[in-house]
Design a protein around this ligand. Structure first.
Ligand code: ACO
Length: 349
């Protein structure tokens, strides 16, 4: 007896951005108070970033993830009790432990039980089953985190370990920025993006590939740690921008080609490239290497900045809700970041 192949497919997307939006001019004014110079012109020319959103002081990664997940569940026609796996990609977790995913699971349960509003979102359907009890864990792969999390969820669904997964990237990078370092603090923002990934008889995720090379730990890191109740080392983000640039451009086109080969596809089969939104020059450079035109790249970096693990699902949700991306199209999602980590997922929506 042969059993039918199980695939995994994205059935809903959602995202959330904190309401506090800072333009480059706002940030320049903030830095100027410490005698640090930057300008809208410099930031736009080098990175493509014009705005970013910063979380309020009392908002954590799970708080940003909650409305993104509610929105993705609504798009998929699901309620919290349908979810049997939660994977949260974050490098800015609520606590050292437990995982942000476990905290999020509880908040989702409360939201669906109490039918309260979250970030202006109402929902019509009450929970019939509890979300409590499903596996929930975090993935820490910095800006590649969402691609890592999606690949793990895909594998769990294909091997029968889950049927309806919530995969979310959520970050509050504003908490780990050094506002005395103009070379890094202008680049990042906060936000969350989520997808519902369900078991399906039709192919959704076609192929994926993940990589890490720990010899590059120092090029992008937050070196501090907690020891004996004290912070040891610097708890703020450090980056060698030019080294990151070279590493990123080098690996992104290669991993995309490798994933295409695994799926038996070519560059011409990609309808949309959804790269990690780090820097417009890296993104368009990758598109060029893949012989894709710039208008086939989903770009949100101008308005979101670099939201690390949240950037790809934020861009995906933006593309879907703006009507750019349509059901049935083929998407190449690509992440690259600290570790050094990188990876790609090819899927049909
Ligand atoms: N405003 C004004 N001037 C600045 C700023 C700023 N915010 N930051 C740096 N400068 C100055 C520097 O001090 C330097 O001045 P100098 O020539 O007098 O010494 C000059 O600008 C050029 O500095 P570089 O570091 O050489 O600038 P570069 O062209 O490399 O651009 C950048 C810097 C944007 C960080 C670039 O290296 C880059 O895009 N790197 C990729 C890193 C990235 O995208 N990281 C995101 C996180 S990692 C990830 O998500 C994968």
């Amino acid at each position: 007896m042969t059993s039918a192949t199980i695939y995994s497919r994205i059935t809903g997307t959602g995202s959330y951005l904190p309401t506090n939006k800072l333009t480059n001019a706002d940030l320049a004014a903030r830095l100027a108070k410490d005698g640090i110079e930057t300008s809208d012109e410099w930031i736009v020319e080098r990175t493509g970033i014009r705005n970013r959103h910063f979380a309020a002081a009392d908002q954590s990664a799970s708080d940003l993830a909650l409305p993104a997940c509610v929105s993705a569940l609504q798009a998929a026609g699901k309620v919290a009790g349908d979810v049997d796996l939660i994977i949260c990609a974050t490098s800015t977790p609520d606590m050292i432990f437990p995982s942000t995913a476990a905290i999020l699971q509880h908040k989702l349960g409360q939201f669906f039980e109490k039918k309260e509003q979250v970030a202006g979102i109402n929902h019509a359907q009450a929970a019939t089953k509890s979300i409590a009890g499903c596996p929930a864990f975090d993935v820490q792969a910095v800006c590649s985190g969402f691609v890592y999390a999606l690949t793990v969820a895909d594998a769990m669904i294909k091997t029968g370990g889950a049927k309806c997964a919530l995969v979310v990237g959520s970050e509050v990078f504003s908490r780990i920025l050094d506002f005395k370092d103009r070379t890094t603090c202008v680049l990042f923002g906060d936000g969350a993006g989520a997808v519902v990934l369900e078991a399906s008889s039709e192919p959704g995720i076609l192929a994926s590939e993940l990589h890490a090379d720990g010899k590059h730990v120092g090029v992008l890191c937050v070196p501090g740690t907690v020891n004996g109740g004290q912070i040891l080392g610097d708890p703020l983000l450090k980056m060698d921008g030019q080294a990151v640039f070279k590493l990123a451009v080098g690996v992104l086109a290669d991993v995309a080609r490798s994933v295409l080969a695994k799926a038996g596809k070519t560059e011409a089969d990609i309808d949309w490239l959804i790269p990690h939104q780090a820097n417009i020059r890296i993104m368009l450079g990758t598109a060029k290497k893949l012989k894709m035109s710039e208008d086939k790249v989903i770009v949100t970096v101008a308005d979101h900045g670099n939201t690390s693990a949240a950037s790809i699902p934020l861009a995906l949700d933006h593309g879907v809700r703006s009507g750019q991306i349509e059901k049935g199209e083929t998407l190449m999602l690509e992440g690259v970041g600290g570790g050094f980590t990188w990876g790609a997922v090819l899927l049909t929506l």
